[in-house]
Design a binder for this molecule. Structure first.
Ligand code: SF4
Length: 372
C-alpha cells in the first residue's frame, strides 16, 4: 500500500498546491489536458478546485471514443448490418450514438456485435468462426494502434482471412498543433502520458518551439498532475516553452521505438475528421498497401447513411476546450451516462462523463487526498 499512498499524500498535495500558487503569482494561465485518463483523474481528485484564482484547466480532445465522428459510427453500423459479419469492439463504442443508430441498438436488433477486451479476443473470435468475417472497430490513439497493428500481422502470419479492421485511429500531436491556432488561448499542455510512452517527447517540440506553448508529459495520479501543473506554471511564469517529462517512471524521451516501428509497418498517416474539430492533416492512420486486404473499409464496400449530428449536443465545443460540459443544456438532463446523447457522456474517459460522475463528490480542497 505504500506505493499507492505515496501518490495520494495530502501533505505532498498541499506543498504542490503552494508551489503552483507561488509560480503563478496571480497571473492568469490556461492549461489543457489532452488525455481522457487525465480528465478523469483531474475530476476524481478535485484538482481544479486546488488551483489558484486565474488558473484554468480545460479538457481537450483526449478521449479517442469522443473524437470519433458520427460518420465512423455510421460506417460500423452499416458493417454490422452486412450479412456474415461479426463486429468486434471495445465496450465504450457500443453505446456511442451514430446518426440514427448505434452498435448497441444493432445488437439489440439481432446483429452480431461482440464486446472484446483486446485484439487477442477478436483474433480468437475469427479463429472460432471461420464461416464469418470478423471486423474489429479500431478506435484509439498511438497507445492502441501498435496492438492493432500486431493483430493484423498475426492474422497475416496465420493466414487468417476472415479478420479485418475498420481503422479509425488518430494521432494526437497534429490535433494539438491545430488547437495552438484555435479560439482558446492555451499557455500549456498537459501532454498524454500513455501516448507519450509510445511516441516519446519529440513530437511535441514544434508546439513548444514554434507555437511557444509549454508542454509537460504527466502521469495520472493526483500528485503527478499537480506536479505537472507546477512545472507548466514555472515555464509560463519564466517565459519559457519546452517539453518536459514529469512521468519519468514510464515515459522516455525516445518513447517506445519497437511499438512505433510496428505501427509504421502497418499504418500510414492520412487526413482524418475529428468530431467537432473537422479535418486535420495527417492525423489518422490507415493500412499501408501491403495490408489493405485487412482494411474492412476496402474489403466490404457498404453504403453508409448520411451523417446527422445530435441536436443540442456541444461535444465539438467541449472537445476544443471552448465550452465546459456544464454549459451544455442537455448535461445531466436529456444527456445522462445511461442515456447519452453524445460520446463525451458515453466514454469512461469523456469530459461530460467525468463532470457528471464527480459533480457531487467533487471536493473543494486537498482533503480528498489522504496522508500516508
Ligand atoms: S452533455 Fe451530452 S449532449 Fe451535452 S455535450 Fe456532453 S455528451 Fe453532448
Amino acid at each position: 500500500m505504500k506505493y499507492i499512498d505515496e501518490f495520494r499524500s495530502g501533505k505532498a498535495a498541499g506543498r504542490l498546491k503552494e508551489e503552483i500558487a507561488a509560480a503563478a503569482a496571480g497571473r492568469p494561465m490556461t492549461f489543457m489536458e489532452v488525455c481522457g485518463t487525465h480528465t478523469m483523474s483531474i475530476a476524481r481528485n478535485g484538482i481544479r478546485e486546488m488551483l489558484p484564482a486565474g488558473m484554468r484547466l480545460i479538457s481537450g480532445p483526449g478521449c479517442p471514443v469522443c473524437v470519433t465522428p458520427n460518420g465512423t459510427i455510421d460506417h460500423a453500423v452499416a458493417l454490422a448490418r452486412h450479412p456474415g459479419i461479426i463486429i468486434a469492439t471495445f465496450g465504450d463504442m457500443v453505446k456511442v450514438p451514430g446518426s440514427t443508430s448505434s452498435l448497441g441498438q444493432e445488437r439489440a436488433a439481432g446483429r452480431s456485435v461482440r464486446v472484446v477486451a483486446s485484439t487477442l479476443d477478436a483474433l480468437e473470435l475469427a479463429r472460432n468462426n471461420p464461416e464469418m468475417q470478423v471486423v474489429f472497430i479500431g478506435v484509439g490513439f498511438e497507445t492502441t494502434a501498435p496492438t492493432i497493428a500486431a493483430s493484423i500481422i498475426t492474422a497475416e502470419q496465420e493466414n487468417l482471412n476472415n479478420y479485418s479492421v475498420l481503422s479509425a485511429h488518430k494521432v494526437v500531436p497534429p490535433a494539438m498543433e491545430l488547437l495552438c491556432r484555435g479560439r482558446v488561448a492555451i499557455d500549456g499542455f498537459l501532454c498524454p502520458g500513455h501516448v507519450s510512452a509510445v511516441i516519446g517527447s519529440s513530437p511535441y517540440r514544434p508546439i513548444a518551439e514554434e507555437h511557444g506553448i509549454a508542454c509537460v508529459i504527466g502521469g495520472f495520479e493526483g500528485l503527478d498532475i499537480l506536479q505537472s501543473i507546477a512545472m507548466l506554471a514555472r515555464q509560463v511564469a519564466g517565459g519559457d516553452s519546452r517539453v518536459e517529462i514529469q512521468y519519468r517512471r514510464v515515459v522516455r524521451p525516445e518513447g517506445n521505438p519497437a511499438a512505433v516501428a510496428l505501427m509504421e509497418k502497418v499504418f500510414r498517416p492520412v487526413d482524418s475528421v475529428w468530431r467537432g474539430i473537422g479535418m486535420i492533416t495527417a492525423s489518422g492512420l490507415v493500412m499501408r498497401d501491403a495490408y489493405r486486404r485487412y482494411d474492412a473499409a476496402v474489403r466490404f464496400p457498404v453504403t453508409v447513411e448520411e451523417t446527422k449530428e445530435a441536436a443540442g449536443c456541444i461535444c465539438g465545443s467541449v472537445l476544443q476546450g471552448i465550452s465546459d460540459p456544464r454549459e451544455c443544456p442537455l448535461f445531466g438532463d436529456g444527456c445522462l451516462p445511461e442515456t447519452p446523447v453524445g460520446p463525451c457522456m458515453v466514454s469512461s474517459e469523456g469530459a461530460c462523463a467525468a463532470a457528471f460522475r464527480y459533480r457531487v463528490s467533487r471536493r473543494a480542497d486537498i482533503g480528498q487526498m489522504h496522508d500516508a
